[in-house]
Design a binder for this molecule. Structure first.
Ligand code: ATP
Length: 355
């Protein structure tokens, strides 16, 4: 049997009012970064707290390096697990300075080595100049950076991170998460990280575990979840979507966006077609042929791309209607409102799900 660095087996945890974690199994190899992704309240933090030993499992088992650390019968406390933790409520020790906090997990090393490793970790998060400060004099984001340094300094083989960059502004976050990722990889650390930000998960993760209402709904490499989502919920977690109706006919899926390839559906099935705004490209001089045409409602430059709001005429039983769609196109593309444009689809960014 393969020995994983961290293994959660069928874990379950409920609170008085809700089931927070329902039959969750996750195995993480040495050196692998796994992100738990999902909306607020889906059970990510509880899963991580169970892995850390901060909550008791009510069913299932947790193993570190093949050793049982949590089950209904027994539970090894967090401080004896040799795991790096960054949790919102796993605060810095208020009576210790920044450097003393960072040296906390380095007690088995000589003073000299502990000092050097703590300073290196503080440098990584740009906090070395605060080494003599006390936590109450630091901002929330600065405390979070010290907590990251404290967790990383002993170079643990397993790391549990709960929204570790949430208090940092965008530029600092980009720098620090890059440093953290490379350090985790250099130390071959098995990492389970909670985030609700899909881009952050894609940046950090070798694998993403997507949760909804306490359950895992899809696990895979970031590109698998992005390119082959199992449902509209997963697809929608990676960005805004356009929704149109469709029905399966002999030649494929007849939808308001045209005829699309069908998968394993039956003729007559009603389906939901979801298209990322990036799937829609526009042709400012539409062809006279069967190409779908839409009217431009608004054009907005967003920086690297432009967002075109479109009104697509659709035919329904109740008469003709219009569907509002968004097309995101690279660069500066700003057709005037009222213009009629052709709409083309990149099928790799269009998904069809049974209703
Ligand atoms: P967020 O991203 O908002 O932190 P999450 O995905 O991490 O959310 P959890 O914090 O694990 O979700 O919460 C899962 C469910 O368990 C929620 O319904 C939450 O209200 C509930 N819950 C969490 N902690 C407790 C607690 N200590 N007592 C009661 N219910 C709790």
């Amino acid at each position: 049997m393969e020995k994983y660095a961290l293994e959660l087996k069928n874990i379950y945890h409920e609170f008085e009012t809700s089931i927070a974690v329902n039959d969750v199994s996750i195995s993480i190899e040495q050196g692998e970064v796994v992100c738990l992704l999902g909306p607020s309240g889906c059970g990510k933090s509880t899963t991580l707290r169970l892995a850390a030993g901060l909550e008791k499992v009510q069913a299932g088992e947790i193993y570190l390096n093949g050793n049982l650390v949590s089950s209904i019968e027994s539970q090894i406390p967090p401080e004896q697990r040799d795991v790096g933790l960054v949790f919102q409520d796993y605060a810095l020790f208020p009576h210790l300075s920044v450097i003393e906090n960072t040296k906390f997990g380095l007690k088995k090393h000589s003073q000299k080595i502990a000092e050097r490793r703590a300073l290196d970790a503080l440098k990584m998060v740009n906090m070395d100049s605060y080494s003599q400060s006390y936590p109450h004099t630091l901002s929330g984001g600065e405390q979070q950076r010290v907590a990251l340094a404290r967790a990383m300094a002993p170079k643990p083989k397993v790391m549990l991170l709960d929204e570790p960059y949430s208090g940092l502004d965008a530029r600092l976050r980009d720098n620090i998460r890059d440093e953290v990722l490379h350090l985790l990889k250099a130390n071959e650390c098995a990492t389970l990280m909670v985030t609700h930000d899909s881009e952050e998960a894609m940046f950090m993760a070798d694998r993403i575990v997507m949760m909804q209402e306490g359950r895992i709904i899809q696990t895979g490499k970031p590109e698998e979840l992005y390119c082959n989502p199992v449902n509209a919920f997963v697809a929608g977690f990676f960005g805004e979507l356009n929704f149109v109706d469709g029905v399966v006919v002999e030649k494929g899926v007849d939808s308001d966006l045209g005829l699309l390839p069908s998968r394993d559906f039956k003729i007559g099935d009603k389906v939901e077609v979801v298209a990322r705004p990036e799937a829609l490209s526009i042709r400012e001089k539409p062809c006279i042929n069967e190409e779908k045409k839409a009217v431009v409602v608004e054009s907005k430059l967003l920086g690297r791309s432009s967002l075109i709001h479109l009104s697509l005429p659709i035919h329904s039983k109740g008469g003709n209607k219009n569907k509002h769609l968004h097309a995101r196109v690279p660069g500066v593309v700003l057709p005037r409102p009222g213009a009629i444009v052709g709409v083309e689809l990149d099928l790799s960014q269009v998904f069809v799900f049974k209703k």
